[in-house]
Design a protein around this ligand. Structure first.
Ligand SMILES: NC(=O)c1ccc[n+]([C@@H]2O[C@H](COP(=O)([O-])OP(=O)(O)OC[C@H]3O[C@@H](n4cnc5c(N)ncnc54)[C@H](OP(=O)(O)O)[C@@H]3O)[C@@H](O)[C@H]2O)c1
Length: 336
């Protein structure tokens, strides 16, 4: 036998938050590599809100995870053995694999970390990975922002939101962030230079007025990461010809019943607004350009970002829940 390793697989589809009856651990044995295969020792894997969506049996931009399959996730690691012409032992690689200690890959959707890389390896799951590129292309392209616009960002202290807000600040926009704790709001104002912040939990029930106060000229772009009651409050504050970037809907991912709303959808018509569904994978051809631009901004100290690395394979599910109770601080990853 070549190797034995542990992986998380989907045993049953969760109803509500994921439990260890839904996602279980098993040991996989690999006896040899077939031609075209390689074996990766994963150093980190990514914990993303989208993974919860892939556990449901609903049509989406990717097929649902099949019952019995490994939990799909981005990983970064080292090639330990290869029968693939493009990869050799020792290469550092990142791509779509799974919550597992090792990944057997055919090279599909796998990219080499540049040989002259000077950043920590886990940056390829965070600022140079899907969340960094989501912020980059969402703000620089989909949002059609221009200097002087007001951008309202939800889940603003998270991985996508905190980077996206800073990119919009760099473009000369008035940036307002919504987050779930005073500490997160303080960080957005003091360290990231947001113009105003709203703690959506303490302002619950008063959200529309809080947005109106923080956005005296109305909202030109609402970058929606959460859906639900925040989307409804944002809709009541959009300007004519506003753009709504529909990037995510985390408030609904753990719902066990269909979620009604948005209730203020009429505002899209009333304000001739444009709602754009955003999918980072649509920018695949430009990933290298985006990652290069983000690396440059980091080097020039024009953006900062937070990440949280939870240590230990066995802590994966506990860590995953942090995304949904808001206790993660920045891009959440697991160190295998
Ligand atoms: N479309 C794409 O291609 C694409 C790509 C990547 C990510 N996304 C989406 O972008 C969003 C952010 O992802 P991320 O990876 O950057 O995660 P993240 O923001 O780092 O973490 C999730 C945060 O969402 C907030 N949250 C959780 N439940 C909430 C609720 N019910 N209402 C309001 N806020 C809630 C929490 O912060 P608080 O403490 O502030 O509540 C939590 O920390 C997600 O919706 C994700 O699906 C989309």
């Amino acid at each position: 036998m070549l190797i034995q390793y542990k992986q998380y697989y989907l045993h049953q589809r969760p109803k509500g938050p994921t439990t260890d009856s839904d996602v279980k651990v098993r040991t996989v044995e690999v006896y040899s590599l077939a031609e075209g295969q390689l074996l990766i020792k994963n150093e980190y894997f990514s914990l993303d809100p989208a993974i919860r969506g892939w556990m449901d049996d609903v049509p989406s931009y990717m097929p649902p995870i099949v019952l019995g399959d490994v939990i799909r996730s981005s990983t970064v690691g080292t090639v330990v053995d290869s029968k693939h012409p493009d990869f050799s032992a020792g290469d550092m690689v990142y791509g779509l694999n799974g919550w597992e200690e090792y990944s057997l890959s055919d090279g599909y959707f796998l990219t080499k970390v540049p040989q002259d890389n000077q950043f920590p390896l886990h940056y390829y799951l965070s600022v140079f990975g899907a969340v960094g590129l989501t912020a980059y292309f969402g703000i620089h392209d989909t949002a059609e922002l221009k200097a002087g616009d007001t951008l309202l960002m939800s889940a603003a202290a998270g991985a996508v939101g905190s980077l996206g807000g800073q990119l919009a600040k760099n473009m000369g926009c008035h940036v307002v962030g919504m987050a779930g704790t005073d500490d997160k709001c303080q960080w957005l104002m003091d360290d990231l230079g947001f113009d105003a912040v709203i703690n959506y939990k303490t302002e619950s029930g008063n959200l529309s007025a809080a947005i109106a106060a923080a956005c005296p000229d109305g909202v030109d772009v609402y970058f929606d990461n959460v859906g639900g009651e925040i989307l409804d409050a944002a809709l009541l504050n959009i300007n004519s010809n506003a753009r709504i970037v529909f990037c995510g809907s985390i408030s609904t991912y753990n719902a066990s019943e269909p979620v009604p709303g948005p209730y203020n959808w009429w505002q899209v018509l009333a304000k001739s607004a444009v709602v754009k569904g955003f999918l980072v994978s649509n920018y695949f051809e430009q990933f290298e350009t985006g990652a290069g631009a983000l690396a440059q901004l980091l080097t020039e100290d024009k953006i900062q970002f937070k990440y949280e690395i939870v240590d230990g394979f066995d802590n994966t599910l506990t860590a995953f829940h942090k995304l949904f109770d808001g206790s993660n601080t920045g891009k959440l990853m697991l160190k295998v």
